[in-house]
Design a protein around this ligand. Structure first.
Ligand code: ASP
Length: 343
């Protein structure tokens, strides 16, 4: 426990965890955060004082960036007012992006824990109550402090920067392909198996700008970069490879806006100097693209948007990816690094 009676704020965004049956047995968001909390046996036994906030009640596919920026400000306000931790319930479809954006903008030591459900309350074996119980136990654990935003799902605890939805239907849908979970909930108690990592916090900036992700596909034409895009993320083949005819137009785009090179394999790094043909990672980086390191395309998009909103120019964006990309350049982070051991 963080204190004798920790105060944990539960923020509801919607998602399957909050859905009930509508026409024909299909489900849609309806339940408030208060009713989610009421439905969990054992929550009272955690000894936390729970407060609830209904931020939204939508499928997470329809969340807007402004909803998440607003949620981040709400979380900061509640923590500044004395809450000991926050739990966010949301849809699993975009949970990995939601968690990472909240992580980049969360500059305090208090735990913020995101969860959801793969089976709605209308189904046998609904996993929402167990996930919410685990999330509150993680939010009240002293071991969670200083770790930024965590994801509690199926009794695993994941770092926001690494977690992804890796299966469309399993109750164990969430995974951290690089490094694995940072902890586990065992008999209701969180246990961490990884030390707290360095935290890369982006100063809260203005509106998050438009950053499209384009995904490479065999034989496809080079993408058009929309005129209003403030940056671009390319989900390339393998270690960072594209059709060679994509290289000149992307080099041209990279002269105007930051263009980040990630991998569509969704696990593992992009490389920098192994392959040397047109469209290879070395060729693309020489043409001005910025390597995402270990960040997948959707995490890279979130970091690029947050950095641009904070006023970062191309060099700062490149430095941010060198640090948060996880390949050993933590000291290049353009803003103060919080906690953890510098790697
Ligand atoms: N469609 C749902 C959502 O993301 C799926 C879920 O919550 O698991 O809102």
């Amino acid at each position: 426990m963080v204190g004798a009676m920790a105060t944990i704020v539960v923020c509801g965004l919607g998602g399957t965890i909050a859905m009930t049956a509508v026409d024909g047995g299909a489900v849609a968001p309806a339940l408030t955060a208060a009713s989610l909390v009421r439905a969990v046996p054992g929550l009272a036994g955690l000894g936390a004082g729970l407060e609830v906030v209904d931020v939204a009640n939508v499928p997470s596919s329809s969340l807007r960036l402004a909803d998440l920026a607003g949620l981040s400000a709400t979380i900061a306000g509640r923590l500044a007012a004395g809450a000991d931790g926050v739990v966010v319930t949301t849809g699993t479809d975009t949970l990995e992006e939601c968690a990472y954006l909240l992580d980049l903008l969360h500059d305090g030591p208090q735990p913020v824990v995101v969860t959801g459900a793969m089976r709605s309350p209308a189904l046998a074996g609904a996993d929402g109550p167990a996930n919410l119980l685990a999330a509150v136990s993680v939010a009240t654990s002293p071991g969670s402090r200083g770790r930024g935003v965590l994801v509690a799902f199926a009794d695993e605890v994941h770092a926001a920067v690494r977690v992804r939805k890796g299966h469309s239907t399993r109750v164990t849908a969430f995974e951290s392909p690089v490094g694995g979970p940072v902890g586990y909930v065992v008999e209701g108690v969180p246990h961490f198996v990884a030390a707290p990592a360095a935290r890369f916090v982006v100063p809260r900036g203005g509106e998050l700008p438009r950053v499209p992700v384009v995904v490479a596909a065999l034989g496809e034409d080079a993408p058009d970069v929309p005129a209003d895009a403030a940056g671009l993320v390319v989900a390339a083949f393998g270690v960072g490879h594209l059709p060679q005819w994509w290289a000149p137009p992307l080099a041209e785009a990279a002269r105007r806006v930051p263009v980040v090179l990630a991998t569509r394999t969704l696990a593992g790094p992009v490389l920098s100097g192994t392959y040397g043909y047109p469209g290879s990672e070395r060729d693309l980086l020489e043409r001005g693209l910025i390597p995402a390191g270990l960040l997948g395309p959707w995490k890279a998009r979130i970091l690029l948007m947050a950095a641009l909103a904070a006023g970062a120019g191309r060099e700062q964006v490149a430095a941010a990816f060198a640090a948060a990309g996880g390949l050993g350049d933590a000291a290049r982070w353009p803003w103060p690094v919080r906690g953890g051991a510098r790697t």
